[in-house]
Design a protein around this ligand. Structure first.
Ligand SMILES: Cc1ncc(COP(=O)(O)O)c(C=O)c1O
Length: 350
């Protein structure tokens, strides 16, 4: 018998398939990561920190919040740093929802929302994304009850890359004033879509962002929340004073000082690799979800064979199951060269 709550003891841990992800052997197009290393400036900042002999001291976050606020175009009291955006997601859900409340989490989507919702004892409703309609806004609004405390608006959604419009986010905020509207902007720099203009007027909007994707440092775990000042106070009450590793702060600060390096990669991925792969798939008549992100969800006739053959050719992609139970492959857009290699392998397979 476990001393933990029954419903938690009955759950499985979320275990992403990390085994065998050898970046020396494979082009890693399976986790929506940046596919090339971080800038020399970030590496240098980390090395300098290690040699400054401060590892024995507790973290001191300095002006990182101010730096982020300036980058985001909000005030410092509208930002809080977190240990990756998973942490921000968790804090927002834990801080707002009570056991027995309802969560509306459109699917298919990123697993952490429902993992946290289940830990908090919420009942989950999952209207479906569709290739034609995108975010199921009418179904979500129809599902709202006086028990609704969480509505997820991933912008864009993972795995399908679907955006949600600012006006639909506003509709959610109006329709469910007692719920947190969780706007997950994990891929913000690829999409430039943001709900930050709504946070002053709608105190129920909480935006989460990360340095894991575009900025290329998922191993360091650095994210942040953007929301109104009152919500930031609540987040800081729940968040530990040292929850974020000092090395993550050092690296994020160096990255913000050198945005060009990240911008160049975004241009290559979104301006070259994405259209190239999309036109190849369209030419071959292969069905895929229209994406605004650095990844695409593709329906091959024989996904398992394609996945295995790509792996043999040195490329990893990730199978994802949609709401109909159909398996698709989620493919991250990498550099132009990596995309050309992917296309050449796919071309031989199809
Ligand atoms: C939509 C979405 N939100 C959040 C995350 C988590 O990111 P982080 O590494 O910042 O916790 C991911 C990671 O894949 C994601 O796809």
């Amino acid at each position: 018998m476990s001393i933990f709550k029954d419903h938690i003891s009955a759950m499985e841990a979320y275990k992403p398939p990390l085994e065998g992800r050898d970046g020396q052997r494979f082009i890693l197009l399976d986790f929506n990561e940046r596919t090339i290393p971080v800038s020399p400036a970030i590496k240098q900042a980390l090395v300098d920190f290690i040699h400054s002999d401060r590892i024995q001291q507790y973290p001191n976050y300095g002006n990182i919040t101010g730096q982020l606020a300036e980058y985001c175009g909000v005030t410092s009291d509208q930002v809080a740093i977190t240990n990756g955006s998973d942490h921000g997601i968790e804090l927002a859900i834990r801080g707002v929802c009570r056991e027995g409340d309802q969560a509306i989490i459109p699917g298919p989507t990123f697993a952490i929302y429902s993992q946290v919702a289940k830990v908090e004892g919420l009942s989950i409703v999952s209207p479906e994304y569709t290739q034609q309609g995108g975010y199921p806004i009418d179904e979500v609004i129809a599902a709202i009850t006086d028990k609704t405390r969480l509505i997820v608006a991933a912008n864009p959604n993972n795995p399908c890359g679907t955006p949600i419009s600012l006006s639909d986010i506003e509709r959610l905020a109006v329709a469910a004033p007692n719920a947190v509207i969780l706007v997950d902007e994990c891929y913000y720099e690829y999409t430039r879509l943001t709900a930050k203009s709504l946070i002053e007027n709608y105190k129920n909007i909480v935006i989460t962002r990360t340095f894991s994707k575009t900025w290329g440092m998922p191993s360091l775990r650095f994210g942040y929340v953007i929301t109104c000042k009152e919500n930031i106070n609540a987040i800081l009450v729940m968040r530990g004073p040292y929850d974020i590793n000092q090395l993550a702060v050092v690296a994020a600060s160096a990255a913000l000082n050198d945005p060009e390096y990240t911008e160049q990669y975004i241009q290559e991925v979104m301006g070259q690799s994405k259209p190239l792969l999309e036109s190849f798939l369209a030419e071959k008549g292969i069905n895929f979800w229209k994406s605004v992100a650095n990844y695409i969800l593709v329906y091959f006739d024989n996904p398992e064979n394609i996945k295995r053959a790509l792996e043999t050719a040195g490329i990893l992609v990730r199978p994802r199951v949609d709401n109909q139970g159909k398996t698709a492959l989620r493919i991250t857009f990498g550099t132009l060269e990596q995309t050309q290699k992917l296309i050449s392998v796919l071309n031989d397979l199809i």
